[in-house]
Design a protein around this ligand. Structure first.
Ligand code: DC
Length: 220
């Protein structure tokens, strides 16, 4: 079974994806990691984030192992990593270079320890529209901008990342705009996606709602 979960930043995709992967014993691919890896690698090499050819080269050289190594860097999950990822993800050549790695995972999904899995949960922006258009179940998870900014601010504060709510909100407005206005694979629900608005839901309610939807679809 392949499940895709797309939506804007801090809508609750990651938490839901991890919970569904655990519940249905599926592998998990957080596709934002491939763009974060390319963006961070460029920042670390002092490359210009607006240089498409340079970003394409970094994307072509990215391996799964290198991505995992970069994921331990303190800026991988920070505003710096998020903004860099969003900037390089607008380039069609970068997206094309990273597509195969993401699609290959659905052919041979593996758990974090390398053992094979019977399917995968993907999370990202275009996993239901571009990466896995034939997924069995597609979710588009969203929430209001203020709720998402508050969640992300709390996440950063818990990790000791020094920022303000206003900065997080501004960053999110910019990223949403860039992610939804880019010409290739813009952030939008797949035609057959189920929209899940988590603005008034806590984590348990979100997970329960998604499982209920999956079980209803499975019995059709
Ligand atoms: O989900 P995230 O915050 O880790 O994603 C970081 C950036 O990567 C996001 O702003 C846009 C880009 N991205 C994308 O373009 N397509 C995806 N499938 C996942 C992420």
């Amino acid at each position: 079974m392949i499940i895709t979960i797309d939506g804007p930043a801090a809508a609750g995709k990651g938490t839901l994806a991890a919970a569904l992967a655990k519940h249905y014993k599926l592998a998990y691919f957080d596709t934002g990691m491939v763009y974060r890896a390319v963006g961070l690698q460029m920042v670390l090499q002092n490359l210009d984030l607006t240089d498409e050819a340079a970003a394409e080269k970094v994307a072509q050289q990215l391996t799964f192992e290198k991505m995992m190594e970069l994921s331990h860097h303190p800026d991988f999950r920070s505003d710096i990593g998020g903004q860099a990822a969003s900037k390089v993800s607008v380039f069609p050549k970068v997206r094309a270079a990273l597509l195969k790695m993401q699609q290959d995972f659905s052919l041979k999904p593996v758990f974090a320890n390398g053992t094979p899995a019977n399917g995968a949960v993907y999370d990202g922006r275009d996993t239901g529209t571009v990466v896995c258009p034939h997924a069995d179940i597609k979710f588009f998870v969203t929430a209001s901008m203020t709720v998402r900014a508050e969640r992300r601010y709390k996440e950063f504060a818990a990790k000791g990342i020094n920022t303000t709510y206003e900065k997080v909100l501004q960053d999110m407005v910019e990223r949403d705009k860039r992610d939804s206005e880019r010409s290739t694979a813009p952030l939008k629900p797949a035609e057959d996606a189920i929209i899940l608005d988590t603005s008034t839901m806590d984590t348990e309610q979100e997970i329960a709602a998604a499982i209920k939807i999956i079980e209803a679809q499975k019995s059709i």
